[in-house]
Design a protein around this ligand. Sequence first.
Ligand SMILES: [Fe+2]
Length: 251
Amino acid sequence: MRALTPNCWFDDQDDPIHGLISLPDPVMELAGEFEALPDDPYCRHRQRRFSQFRVTHTDAGWTHKLLPRRAHIQDRTYNHAVGGILRYLQPLQIDATAVIDCARRAFRQQRGSDWHVDVHQWRMNCPLANQVESVPEGLHRDGHQFVAIFVINRSNISGAVTCVQDASGNTLFKDVVDSGQGMILDDRRALHHTSELVAPLLDGHRDIFVVCANEWKTRRYGEAFELACQMDKSVEPPTSGTLINSSHAHS
Ligand SMILES: [Fe+2]
């Protein structure tokens, strides 16, 4: 098994579809911030917060700005369960800098481009002796350019095996993403799924951050995007010309 290093997304691949990273300490130090999340009104057993940001590089370095609060929505193409529905979620209460920085490096975001970044913080609960579906929509894409799943804590659970496939159905990865690890996805080319959580001995839970990123010019944010999703118009991410070249600097 390849050794994992912080902020490194399979540097030996020029154009990776997926990759595992180990999460840096500043991200893992947020582990205590999952204890009082509000219930997700759209998904049983899930507690959740969500905020959106604009990430920019200036002469002073990378900065991010919290965007005005809007509902979360996905195109029905990507989410058969709750796609096309405006979901009103409570905003993050944490300082998301470490999470955004980690994702930015893993996605190899380049200077010169502004990025729209969604940060989801959620806990999936699994009561004792139960089995809880983690991803009601099944194998899917999220409808973004890049997606990262940072697993902060798996507590008293088994299962929750992550599977990544390419568009041809080839399995690229099928394993547990453990506490302290992150799965990075080129969401235009990868499909992903996580299997049920099982809590055989005690109440269990799985705490994760999900970070989604799109170049600002193709952001999934704002009224036009929300209307397109509600009207069932497919909102495809760009498929060419914007892939991140690994030869660019990570910072
Ligand atoms: Fe997803």
